[in-house]
Ligand binder design. Structure first.
Ligand code: ZN
Length: 282
């Protein structure tokens, strides 16, 4: 059943069948922004239908990053200005198109109309989008990918966090672990500064209230600081890569060993932080 839930004034959420993907909506009297609309063509047709009568003067489609599951919506909102962090333009488009093709094949989805998004507005660190009654701020939030961003709606206490801070996905570092930790610390400062009440990740459920939000942030900071710290120590002690990997595979996340399901992502993180430790030594 098609359902869009309001969770805060002006803020709405649609949950896709695909990997708990969240599409976000900020709707005002004379402006709107949709965030990562997705995923399947039939879901996107319904989202387009839902937005059809909202003929406002400002329309934005924000991509929180360039991963394949977040970029399927552009074709359905041709009237919207497409906004992304500047590095989006340099992502590996072919790889994302291939990931999308594989995902569609696995889900038996026909997607004849996909074209890789072209972006109308980019920014480096920060961009404010002004609406008649409020504004939303886009903040560069690199770590998961280089082009990751946060969508902050200050006066509503809402943060759309892309693939950072999901309760459903492992903190997967595809760009840089130090940047990821910095981004998590920025999120923490936003909670305090703007009294955040809702953090809406790209996948999974909303973190509600400052204690749940801070807990989610701290768990990920602990994991990444532990991972990078141990990788550097072991690397500097001169252990071989395979030995470092063995030790790090036994690490804890959320108070327990990393399970079978999360292990592939954890192993990718291990490879990356070992490489980073090597770079730091050189
Ligand atoms: Zn994703």
């Amino acid at each position: 059943m098609f359902e869009i839930d309001q969770f805060q004034d002006n803020c709405y959420l649609f949950k896709s069948f695909y990997w708990f993907l969240n599409s976000g909506f900020y709707l005002e009297e004379d402006g709107w922004a949709v965030i990562d609309p997705g995923f399947s063509p039939s879901e996107l047709m319904q989202l387009r239908e839902y937005m059809k009568d909202k003929d406002t003067s400002q329309k934005y489609l924000i991509y929180t990053h360039s991963d394949f599951d977040h970029i399927t919506g552009g074709y359905y909102f041709p009237e919207a200005q497409k906004v992304a962090q500047a590095s989006f333009e340099h992502c590996s488009k072919d790889a994302q198109v291939e990931h999308l093709r594989e995902a569609d094949e696995a889900c038996e989805i026909e997607r004849p109309d996909f074209v890789f998004p072209s972006i109308d507005v980019t920014f480096e660190d920060k961009l404010d989008l002004q609406f008649p009654k409020g504004s939303i701020s886009l903040l560069a939030a690199p770590g998961h990918t280089r082009d990751s961003l946060f969508v902050l709606i200050k006066d509503k206490g809402v943060l759309f966090s892309g693939d950072t801070l999901s309760d459903n996905e492992f903190p997967l570092v595809m760009y840089n672990s130090d940047k990821y930790i910095e981004t998590l610390k920025m999120a923490k400062s936003l909670v305090e500064k703007y009294d955040l009440k809702y953090v809406v990740p790209g996948h999974g459920s909303i973190a509600k209230g400052s204690s749940e939000i801070l807990k989610r942030i701290d768990v990920d900071i602990d994991y990444l600081e532990n991972l990078t710290g141990q990788a550097e120590d072991l690397f500097f002690q001169g252990l071989a890569t395979i030995e470092i990997k063995d030790v790090l595979k036994g690490m804890h996340y959320k108070g327990d060993y990393v399970g079978e399901e999360l292990m592939p992502a954890h192993e990718r993180n291990i490879d990356l932080v070992i490489e980073e430790a090597g770079d730091k030594l050189c």
